[in-house]
Design a protein around this ligand. Sequence first.
Ligand SMILES: [Fe+2]
Length: 258
Amino acid sequence: MQMVDVHCHILPGLDDGPDTMDESMLMAESAIADGISHLVATPHSNSTYLFDYAQVRRIRDELQAKFRDGLKIATGCDFHLNPENLGSLRADSSPYCINQKNYLLVEFNEISIPPSMDKTLHEIQLAGVRPVITHPERNHILRAHAERLRKWVRQGCFVQVTGGALTGGFGQTSQKDALRWIEEGLVHFVASDAHNTRTRPLRLQPAYDVVLDRFGEEKARALFLENPLAAFEGRELPHVPEVEQELPSARRKRFFFF
Ligand SMILES: [Fe+2]
């Protein structure tokens, strides 16, 4: 099965991904063996890791040269929504976007997600950038307040869950929430968020099999190939389920009794 991975840390020496080009090459080989045809190298940009676009591109070119046509490697960013990053994004969003098109991976921290985030996400959208919320199933604030995620999705944001979470690698709660959100139509992408060859490998097939088994082939192809490829190429996503409006609790009760 052909797959496209829009979120992985494969470039060496930039963040908490691999340290050496040798390990990066092993990760790329594992991706090819897994059926991945396109991947997006998305180094962190946060208070710990500086994102230097020229350096990201240089290292990407070096890795791509070793694989030629066997694997298409683009760049993006695992973008943390902090004030400094937002300033850089306003100045020029393309270095951070997936394959320099218009989808942006957005990660939240686990300490707080202020209410102002709704407005921030909206501003990003108004600037023509499409936010993709990364791994909410691993964020305890979003797990406890899934209504915020639903609101962002209704507002036009997209959601990516981690392949490893679907196979139970991040615990039962993350797995349950990721599966429930797929069922609810809140999820648009599954990605590896790979960091190395050992604990966070560059593989998607086991997660593909879980989705195939639970939700069927159309959903599996949407989440692992058709939506990710569209984002890679900067097109509209072909699979965006309708998400129901949340009813205020009073109306919901009335609806229930009548
Ligand atoms: Fe990541």
